[in-house]
Design a protein around this ligand. Structure first.
Ligand code: ATP
Length: 262
């Protein structure tokens, strides 16, 4: 994306919740830039999924979500879908489609769906990029949990969103596939200038791949900044209730050692 001004996502005074229950209350974030990865971390029930669902227009939101000069709060589902893709935490249903058919279905439903031959090419290219082209003709019902998670990620990427929201995209993956996914998502975010927010429970993975880490606790932002700024012993004790050491490894990445509860 050449227009860098349109590649930021701004959130101001955002409230999101469920009927009779506000989870995110009056939350503001400095603009999230496209082209790099942003991690959303925090303990269970902190409101991470609720925040992403609000950003994706799947839960009613109040306040302001601006992307590329457009206000998304109150925008139609079509307008939201034109910009934002949300990959849920739950693995896709075991439907009787092949990986390739499910991917084509997602592309057809996407606002960027093109002529079917271009869609087929894009579907194959996305599978190859994630290294799962050998799964193309396999039925989704027959895949392992990790394979289904990769197939779901392929669907999200192939939709070519401007804002990509990934809810625990590596939770079912082994170490090699975690690495592959983070590499591919980072490369695609850079190439296409995508605003990319990933919910991650693995703080070391977040520190390694994300330039910004937003720590959510009780629906509020506890810390927000570079890994060095956001990931501190104070954050671990205040948010997770654990005593942890944070050190740089020989390659300069942050490593976390959890010693005890507090
Ligand atoms: N459909 C729902 N109706 C009512 N409350 C809900 C619903 N879904 C989630 N909640 C509540 O909203 C709060 C935040 O949940 P959310 O799923 O956003 O947390 P999370 O940070 O993503 O947690 P986790 O790391 O466990 O996935 C929790 O207290 C949860 O019980």
């Amino acid at each position: 994306m050449s227009d860098t001004a349109s590649a930021t996502l701004s959130v101001e005074r955002l409230s999101v919740g469920y009927p009779g229950r506000k989870v995110i209350d009056n939350l503001s974030l400095s603009p999230i830039r496209g082209g790099a990865l942003t991690a959303l971390v925090g303990p269970n029930a902190a409101g991470k999924t609720t925040l992403l669902r609000g950003l994706a227009g799947l839960n009613r939101a109040y306040g302001s979500i601006r992307f590329g000069g457009r206000e998304l709060v109150g925008a139609s589902a079509t307008e939201h879908a034109a910009h934002v893709t949300y990959m849920p935490q739950a693995l896709p249903q075991r439907v009787g489609l092949t990986v390739f058919e499910a991917l084509l279905g997602a592309l057809k439903a996407s606002p960027h769906g093109r002529a079917s031959s271009a869609d087929r090419e894009l579907a194959l290219e996305t599978l190859a990029r994630l290294g799962i082209e050998q799964l193309a003709m396999r039925a989704l019902d027959e895949l392992s949990g990790g394979q289904r998670q990769m197939a779901s990620l392929a669907q999200a990427i192939a939709r070519r969103p401007s804002v990509l929201l990934l809810d625990e995209p590596t939770s079912a993956l082994d170490l090699n596939h975690q690495l592959r996914v983070m590499k591919v998502v980072q490369a695609i975010a850079r190439e296409r200038g995508i605003v990319t927010i990933l919910v991650l429970h693995d703080i070391a993975l977040a520190c390694r791949w994300c330039e910004r880490i937003i720590v959510l606790s009780g629906g509020k932002v506890f810390a927000d900044g570079s890994p060095d700024e956001a990931v501190t012993p104070k954050m671990f004790s205040g948010v997770y209730g654990v005593e942890a050491r944070v050190e740089h490894c020989s390659r300069g990445y942050l490593q976390v050692m959890v010693d005890d509860d507090v």
